[in-house]
Design a protein around this ligand. Sequence first.
Ligand SMILES: *[C@@H]1O[C@H](CO)[C@@H](O)[C@H](O)[C@H]1NC(C)=O
Ligand SMILES: *[C@@H]1O[C@H](CO)[C@@H](O)[C@H](O)[C@H]1NC(C)=O
Ligand SMILES: *[C@@H]1O[C@H](CO)[C@@H](O)[C@H](O)[C@H]1NC(C)=O
Ligand SMILES: *[C@@H]1O[C@H](CO)[C@@H](O)[C@H](O)[C@H]1NC(C)=O
Ligand SMILES: *[C@@H]1O[C@H](CO)[C@@H](O)[C@H](O)[C@H]1NC(C)=O
Length: 264
Amino acid sequence: MDMLSQALYLVAFQIGLTLTVKSDHQRDKQQTKFCTWKCLTFALQWPGSFCLGLNNSTECRIPSNIKNWTIHGLWPLKVQHCCQCWPIFHSDLKELDPELNQFWPSLLKTQSSFNFWKDEWVKHGSCAACVEGINSPARYFQLCLILRRHFDIDRALSADAGIKPSCNQSYQLDDISGALAPITGNDQNAEIQCIKDEKGREVLVQLKILLSRNLTLGCHPKEGRGAEPEPVWQGPNSPAHPCPQKSAIFYFPISYEHPRQPCD
Ligand SMILES: *[C@@H]1O[C@H](CO)[C@@H](O)[C@H](O)[C@H]1NC(C)=O
Ligand SMILES: *[C@@H]1O[C@H](CO)[C@@H](O)[C@H](O)[C@H]1NC(C)=O
Ligand SMILES: *[C@@H]1O[C@H](CO)[C@@H](O)[C@H](O)[C@H]1NC(C)=O
Ligand SMILES: *[C@@H]1O[C@H](CO)[C@@H](O)[C@H](O)[C@H]1NC(C)=O
Ligand SMILES: *[C@@H]1O[C@H](CO)[C@@H](O)[C@H](O)[C@H]1NC(C)=O
């Protein structure tokens, strides 16, 4: 190589280097800009009352292997960017399939479990995927299963506090929040939700737990909780709402034959 081409080569090399550095830097900047969410909601639902909020009994189905609280979703709040470009296939979840079927089943006849998971990934998982440890469908669903194991509501209510599903016994909100305190900490970290049945009874249906990005309890997004998924329960009686303080709260047993009228 003569002097000139050597010099040109060096210059080109340096420009190339600068460009690479710059684009890496821009990529990082862009990633930070699109990854500003701070809090996640982890929602668990009780299959025994899930169907009360649906207006058409034929849409509901509780598989016979479902006996415990199931996952509704893991939703980052106030997201800027969801990577709709990331498709999900059932084969991505092959290894998790048995556990997902146990802990994250679709309770709608019209929707397969995989379609439920797929919707959750597209609407929520892909928005969380800019964070290490959540950045693939398999990692996202794996994390949800870990959280489900950690937040063992069945055990906290039933085994540890004697709050068992029943048609004829009711509880007070304080009993329920007291029983959940060992796993959710203070009242600000979680919302205990009820739904009204046809007879106007308040029935425990969902627990929403607020988590920080590092999965510790107690994230509090300052300006409201941001957009959350459309409520599944829109009728006919009332949507899911925070359980009221001073009323009897029922924890209905699961009825596989009559999922919409477990206690009639
Ligand atoms: C209830 O749902 C079933 C199955 O989705 C449908 O065939 C039926 O028409 C629905 N009934 C009403 C009243 O919406
Ligand atoms: C379901 O909950 C019951 C009651 O707490 C518990 O004994 C059982 O181990 C749970 N089953 C699973 C699969 O988590
Ligand atoms: C209360 O409900 C439980 C199951 O939910 C049932 O086993 C029990 O017999 C009922 N007790 C009365 C007094 O109705
Ligand atoms: C997790 O994140 C929260 C909020 O950003 C922070 O206050 C807390 O110290 C973090 N905890 C750990 C263990 O990193
Ligand atoms: C059931 O609820 C959905 C959502 O609120 C509504 O669009 C639909 O018309 C309702 N169907 C009946 C039969 O009430």
